[in-house]
Design a protein around this ligand. Structure first.
Ligand code: SF4
Length: 304
């Protein structure tokens, strides 16, 4: 395959997948929303879930975004060191965002800082944001695309605590933040928590926690138990679907952690809304691909 043909194929795959992602939620998110609807006692809560599913059905059948805020696109790349189109990938991701903005269409959300001028195509300085991991011994590409909405970004924070604050102090800050700002992020929320020694790594881990599929747990038993405990705590706040009250405020809590300096404990928080638009695509060296996160919707969607 020529370089031009390979780049065109990569751009088309990513552009079309952005369309799929804006209209159809991942299988794990739909499954969790369905389960929460079944468990909801509040009459208003049930109506909110029903409105969400009406919206999702209309979005899928009409191929229109399920939320007017199609977000700012972020890519989390796990690239095999032998993937043959590594050098071209950043150009392809950027071009795919520009094309998807026009073709899907995606709402142009990106303004340049200081100029406060909309770029019109969802690209800008460092945007789309691309996070790179190079994976030895493989020629495959794992590509997460995340559409970061404005509302669901509002509760986010990263902060470093004094050692004496302990895990209790750090996690109390998370609960307080969700209690104060969670309603802005269109609940039920997916809550991503990063624990580390520095603010930057904690923040990045909290976003990576949002990429993990709902229904999975941290492989560390203590962290997994904490995820469950925080889910119970945050559900007890009673924010409910759409913020109208109810017995579930979160779809899940995910924690990702890194080794930390003994003298510092940093916590990062990222939140995803009910319309959690996250796609995982696996792309082979031959540019055949699988959309891992959207098996149901991908069957109905004519993809290249
Ligand atoms: S928080 Fe999510 S569902 Fe609510 S407006 Fe933003 S992108 Fe849409």
């Amino acid at each position: 395959m020529t370089k031009t043909a390979a780049m065109e194929r990569l751009i088309t795959i990513i552009e079309e997948t952005a369309g799929l992602s804006s209209c159809c939620l991942p299988d794990d998110v739909v499954d969790r929303l369905t389960a929460l609807r079944a468990k909801e006692d509040s009459a208003m809560g049930k109506r909110i879930y029903d409105a969400m599913f009406t919206d999702l059905n209309m979005a899928e059948s009409s191929r229109r975004p399920c939320c007017q805020d199609t977000g700012v696109l972020q890519f989390f790349v796990r690239a095999g060191v032998s993937f043959p189109w590594l050098a071209e990938l950043e150009t392809c991701l950027r071009e795919a965002v520009i094309r998807a903005t026009a073709s899907v269409p995606l709402r142009p959300n990106v303004v340049e800082c200081f100029d406060e001028k909309n770029t019109g195509n969802n690209t800008g300085k460092h945007i789309p944001w691309i996070d790179w991991e190079i994976v030895p011994g493989t020629d495959k590409l794992e590509l997460f695309m995340y559409m970061a909405g404005g509302g669901c970004s509002l509760p986010g924070f990263a902060r470093v605590f004094m050692p004496l604050d302990g895990y209790e102090g750090a996690l109390k800050a998370v609960v307080d933040q969700v209690r104060s700002y969670g309603v802005n992020a269109c609940p039920p929320l997916l809550v991503g928590i990063g624990l580390s020694g520095q603010a930057d790594t904690a923040a990045k881990l909290s976003k990576k926690a949002l990429l993990r599929f709902i229904g999975t747990r941290n492989s560390n038993p203590k962290a997994a138990a904490l995820e469950e405990k925080l889910e119970l705590t945050l559900n007890s706040i009673g924010i409910g679907a759409g913020g109208f009250g109810g017995n579930h405020s979160v779809m899940a809590v995910h924690i990702e952690e890194a080794g930390r300096h003994t003298a510092a404990l940093a916590v990062g928080l990222s939140t995803g809304c009910w319309a959690h638009r996250r796609v995982l695509i696996e792309i082979g060296a031959d540019l055949n691909y699988t959309i891992v996160s959207h098996k149901r919707a991908a069957q109905q969607w004519s993809l290249p």
